[in-house]
Design a protein around this ligand. Structure first.
Ligand code: ADP
Ligand code: MG
Length: 252
């Protein structure tokens, strides 16, 4: 029986890899025709705009907008596929520094917002620095986005002590979501909020989950509509975790 299971697992893994490389090549092949659609539409818009009425101009602008959105989706599918293949090289990463850097960038790009952020100091994990950065960017990017209606937005990053010693969390007091749909959260292109409320493509959390799982960790979330969301993830942690209990405020 053991052998049979092992064989079936190998077969499944092979067919998964095949499907992934299939979707990778489809996504890749969609890029060139899309470039033509957007490119030629732009040329018409630039060269013939004096011959077109407002409705026609509006249609062309919509075509370009839709083409660009599709381009973003294609890029994200390709990125997701790439993340499943690239080798990971882990080293000790300071998650506190990383989170503060990501927050600084978010603040710079969106200086109107008033968000108070608390990042616990001394958070360390054994991880691939680039990939873990991508995770933090996605999680903090979400917290930033889903708190945009809060006059007093609060984002927290820390170590969750009640659980296993290597569970980190990113918490916000934003829009939250209905826990009924929590199992859809990490599926690519699934969104629990619509574009008119909050923009997005629904690939971020699928990316984060893939990265965390490739590190041997796991990720889950808790939320309440209108109250906020907390994302927990586990990563092999460095030896100094928890020895610096004082939170440092990086912005306010
Ligand atoms: N911090 C958060 N607060 C509330 N909802 C969230 C948060 N992060 C993620 N979500 C929900 O999970 C969905 C998937 O997230 P993600 O994959 O990052 O996609 P996107 O940010 O493009 O919508 C989002 O559409 C949103 O509904
Ligand atoms: Mg996102």
């Amino acid at each position: 029986l053991q052998e049979l299971i092992a064989e079936r697992t190998r077969e499944l893994e092979a067919s998964n890899r095949e499907l992934e490389s299939y979707s990778y090549s489809i996504a890749h092949d969609l890029r060139a025709p899309l470039r033509s659609i957007v490119g030629f539409t732009q040329i018409i818009l630039e060269d013939a705009s004096h011959k077109l009425d407002d409705t026609e101009l509006n249609y062309l602008n919509k075509t370009i907008g839709a083409g660009k959105r599709m381009g973003t989706l294609i890029d994200e599918i390709l990125e997701l596929a790439r993340l499943s293949r690239i080798p990971i090289t882990t080293q000790k990463v300071n998650l506190s520094t990383l989170a503060s850097e990501v927050i600084d960038t978010l603040k710079t790009n969106d200086s109107q917002r008033c968000v108070s952020v608390v990042v616990e100091s001394g958070l360390e994990a054994e991880a691939d620095p680039q990939l873990v950065r991508l995770c933090i960017e996605n999680l903090l990017g979400n917290s930033w986005k889903y708190t945009k209606r809060r006059p007093q937005a609060i984002i927290e990053v820390g170590l969750y002590r009640a659980d296993t010693p290597n569970t980190f969390y990113v918490k916000d007091n934003g829009a939250g979501f209905d826990m009924q749909y929590v199992d859809k959260l990490f599926l690519p292109f699934h969104r629990l909020h619509n574009d008119s409320e909050f923009e997005g493509t629904g690939v971020g959390l699928a990316t984060v989950q893939r990265i965390i799982e490739r590190h041997g960790g796991s990720i889950w979330a808790e939320a309440e509509v209108g109250k906020g969301a907390t994302f927990y993830f586990t990563l092999q942690s460095g030896p100094n975790n928890g020895s610096l209990p004082n939170p440092i405020s990086v912005s306010g």
